[in-house]
Write a protein that binds this ligand. Sequence first.
Ligand SMILES: Nc1ncnc2c1ncn2[C@@H]1O[C@H](COP(=O)(O)OP(=O)(O)OP(=O)(O)O)[C@@H](O)[C@H]1O
Ligand SMILES: [Mg+2]
Length: 316
Amino acid sequence: MAGASLLSLRGLGKDYGGRVAVGAVDLEVPAGTIFGLLGPNGAGKTTTISMIAGVITPSRGAATVAGHPVVAGAAGFAARRAIGLVPQDLALYEELTADQNLAFFARLYGLDRATAAARADWALGVVGLRERRGDAVAPYSGGMKRRLNLACGLLHRPALLVLDEPTVGVDPQSRRHIFDTIRALRDDGMTVLYTSHYMEEVAELCDRVAIMDGGEVIAAGTVAELVDRHGGPPLVELELAGDAAALVAARALAARHGALAGDDPTGAVLRLPRPPQLGPLLADVETAGATVVNLSVVRLDLERVFLSLTGHSLRD
Ligand SMILES: Nc1ncnc2c1ncn2[C@@H]1O[C@H](COP(=O)(O)OP(=O)(O)OP(=O)(O)O)[C@@H](O)[C@H]1O
Ligand SMILES: [Mg+2]
């Protein structure tokens, strides 16, 4: 169940010149959730969170964070204070150490020395970088830099942590670490707004999702709700084994049952609407000389949700 909103957007939008970057976004982000903003390149994700964080001024609409209005100047201080922004482009001083970078951000947040030192230690522990705190950042791996970028956004213990594509250029181990960190922060009471164009990430990590395209939110809810509403009927996925000729023949026969063009380059995976009876399909596949090595029903698929809402693929 969605609780009280920590972040509310009402018709929030931004124009650049005559062009609409973000139309008019309405959004409620419940407190204590990981909320995903999913959309392809240019959908307006960064523009939206930049308005939320007070980095750019909206052309229309309004936003509140923890009940505080997002506005320029002193009246917006409480809202800005409630947000930790971890930007898409790394904001780190490469020639400085991790500790020095954190000290710099702590000064920006107005933390006193003792608090800054304690928070830096905590944040380095959260992202797993304590052993490297005295090293200059330049030779860090992409994943380590992302993790330090995240630590910088945590120093003032924001109510809302905003992460803009935090796994781009990250190795699988760092990605796992970042996911574990985000979940731990959520479990500790933080609200997290997470932008990504990877639907698998959003499906795995996020409690709720808003799908953006062309500067608008086109659907929002839990992944299960979105799939129920827009995902179409369940699909059966068959994984086949056999020689090339058998696979070609099996695909041709399966097409009569409504098999879809799979995205598997070997042609060994077929997807089709779940038929009333599987028997005839399986018999045809075996008649073609192929063997079914795996059979599953596919439901949780945000790609299909996106495709049915927009008519185009999220991966383009
Ligand atoms: N400073 C700017 N001046 C002009 N146009 C801009 C500016 N910033 C963004 N835009 C335009 O606004 C639209 C949305 O861009 P935005 O960066 O918010 O998308 P995004 O969803 O974050 O994309 P990505 O996945 O590539 O990061 C794009 O068409 C972009 O070209
Ligand atoms: Mg972006």
